[in-house]
Design a protein around this ligand. Sequence first.
Ligand code: NAG
Ligand code: NAG
Ligand code: NAG
Ligand code: NAG
Ligand code: NAG
Ligand code: NAG
Length: 566
Amino acid sequence: MSLIFVLLLLLESAQGDFRAEDVIKQLNEDLNLQLNIYLNCGDVDELLPRMDMPKVIMETKADDPLPRILGRYSERSLTIACLADNQTLSGIVQLLWGLQYLPILFLLSNPKEFAFERALSQGFLHVLALNLSDGELYTYLPYPTVQIHRLEGISEYQRLTQLKNLQRHAVHITVETMAPRCFHYTDRRGRNVYAGYMYKLLHEFIRVHNGTEVAVLQDMDPIPLDTGLFMFKRGVIDMAPRIIHPLGWVAYYRSHVLFNVNGYIMVPWAEPLPKSLYIVRPFESSVWAVLIGYLLLATIIIRCMRDRTSSLAAIFLQVLQMLLQQSLSTMWHYTQGLRHVLVFLALFTVGFILSTMYQAQLSSSVTTGLYKRQINSFDDLAHTDLKMMMENFDIEFLMNHTKSGVIQPELLNIVLNKSLDEVFYHRKHLNTSYIYQAIEDRLRFELFQQRYLRVPLFKQLPEVFYQVPFFVGMRHGLPYASLFNVYLRRIWESGILLKWEGDAYFEGIFSGEISFHTFTGLQIQVFDMEFYYCTYILLALGWIISGIVFAIERLVCGRHSAAGNK
Ligand SMILES: *[C@@H]1O[C@H](CO)[C@@H](O)[C@H](O)[C@H]1NC(C)=O
Ligand SMILES: *[C@@H]1O[C@H](CO)[C@@H](O)[C@H](O)[C@H]1NC(C)=O
Ligand SMILES: *[C@@H]1O[C@H](CO)[C@@H](O)[C@H](O)[C@H]1NC(C)=O
Ligand SMILES: *[C@@H]1O[C@H](CO)[C@@H](O)[C@H](O)[C@H]1NC(C)=O
Ligand SMILES: *[C@@H]1O[C@H](CO)[C@@H](O)[C@H](O)[C@H]1NC(C)=O
Ligand SMILES: *[C@@H]1O[C@H](CO)[C@@H](O)[C@H](O)[C@H]1NC(C)=O
C-alpha cells in the first residue's frame, strides 16, 4: 500500500518536471515557429544556452514603447516573458497588437501567483506559465470563469486552448439602426425583433458558440461616432454590426477584411421632357438643319435644270412632296427626261430613309419617354443645381479626399451640411430634391424600393466615390477574435453572408423599414393635346405667313391690274 503511494508520488513529480528549454523546443517544433522573442529575460544565453532558433531580446522601458510584431517580424513567433508584472504584460500587449492569438510562455521563478485574469482581459488565450522552481506548467480555460490547469504534456495545451465554446459568456454588441446591416422592428406579436445581415452575422456567431448576446447602448440610435469610439475604447462594446472606417485602429481593431465596399453617389433620375417636344426630338438640331438645307438646295438645282419659267414656290412644293413621299398626281416623271428621273430617285431615297427613321424614333420615344440630360459622372455633378445632402463626418472625409486630389474639388460646392437624421430620413424616402452618397449595400437597400418602377427615381453613378474595407469592428484584445475570424471566413466563403444580405432587403420590406414605390401618373397618353402643341404652332405660323403673303400678293396684283386697266 505504502509502496504504491510512494510510486504515485514519484510519478506525480516526474510529470510536472518541465524544463524551460524543452518546453520552448517542443513549442517551436509543434507550432512550426520561426522566431522567439524574449521579453525582460536578462541574459538569455545564460538562461537557455543551447537554443538555435532566431531570437529577439527586448526589455520594457518606461519611456520606450515596444515595436509591434504585426508587419515587422514573422507572425510565427513565440513570446517568452520572464516576469509577470504589469509592465511586462503591457509590453506584451504592445508587442502582440492585433495578434493576441500567438502563444506566450511565462518563465517565472518568483512565488507570486500569476494572474491569468489579466492575460484574459488583454485577449491572450494561448498562455503557458512555467514555474522554474518546481517545473510545473500551467495554462488556463477562460470561460465561464478562469480555470487554471496544470499540464501533463504540451500536446494537452494545444487541445485545451482551442476555444470553441463561450460557455454563456456575455458578448456585448451594438444594435443601432444601420439598415440593411442592422435594424429593428416590432413584429406581429409585438416583440422587438432585430434584423440585418451584419447583425445576423454576430447573432449567429454568438448562438453557435454558446455565448450570450447583450445589446448595449440600446437607447441611442444611431450612436454618435464619438460615443461609439469611446465605448469601444473602454471595452463596453465587443463587436459592432456596421461598416466603419478604420480610423487608424485607435479605438478598435478588426476581424479579417473580406472585401472592399465602394461608396457611390445616387442622383435623381432626370425630369421628363414636355410632351410637346416629342415631335421635334427624333432628330437633333443638326439633322433638322441638314434637312432644310437639302430641301433648299434641291429646289435651287431643279429650278436651274428646268427652263426657269416655272415658279420657285411650285418647285419647292414639288420637292417637299417628293421628300415626304406624297405622290405628284399631275406630273409624270418619265416625261421629264433622264435628269429629272435621277433627281426624283435621289429625293425619294433620302425622303424614304429620313421619314421612316423619324417615325421609328418617334414611336420609340413615345414608348420610353424622353428625359432631360441625365447626370452621368462626377463632372456633370459639379454643374448641377442640386445639392448633395451629407453629414459632417462624410464632408470631412470628402474634404480630405479632395485635398489629396482623389476626387474633384468641385464636389465640395454642391455639399449641403445636414444632420445624420435628416440625411437618413430623406435618403430612405427617396426624396428627389437632393443627391446622396452611401456605401453600396445601403444604396442597394434603398434603391430596392424602386424595383417595380418603370422609370426609376434615382440612379447610381458608376464612379466609385470612396472605398472602405469590410470588416467587423472589435475591441482591442477580444479573446475570441480568432474564433470569430474562422467563423466569418466560413460564412463568407459559403455565400451565406450574401444570402443574408439579400434576405435583409426583403426583411426591410416586410418590416416596413422601406417600402416599394408605385408609379403615379406615368402613363404616357399619346393622343393628348400637349403632344401636338408644336404641330399647332407650326400650323398657326403657316397660316399667318400664308395670310400675310396672300395679303401682299393681293395688294401688289391689285395695283398691277389697276395699272393694266388704266
Ligand atoms: C497591476 O494592474 C492591476 C490591474 O490593472 C492593478 O490592480 C495592480 O495594482 C497593478 N499592480 C502593480 C504592481 O502596479
Ligand atoms: C512555483 O513553485 C514554488 C515551489 O513549489 C511555489 O512556492 C511557487 O508559489 C510557485 N510559483 C508560481 C508562480 O506558481
Ligand atoms: C453552454 O454553456 C453553458 C454554461 O457553461 C453550459 O452549461 C452548456 O452545456 C453549454 N451548451 C453547449 C451546447 O455547449
Ligand atoms: C456642419 O454643421 C455642423 C452643425 O450644424 C457643424 O458643427 C459642422 O462644423 C459643419 N461641418 C462643415 C464641414 O461645415
Ligand atoms: C481628415 O484628415 C485629418 C488630418 O489628416 C484627420 O485628422 C481626420 O481624421 C480626417 N478625417 C476623416 C473623416 O478621415
Ligand atoms: C423633400 O425635400 C424637400 C425640401 O427639403 C421637402 O420640401 C419635401 O417635402 C421633401 N419630400 C418628401 C417626400 O419628403
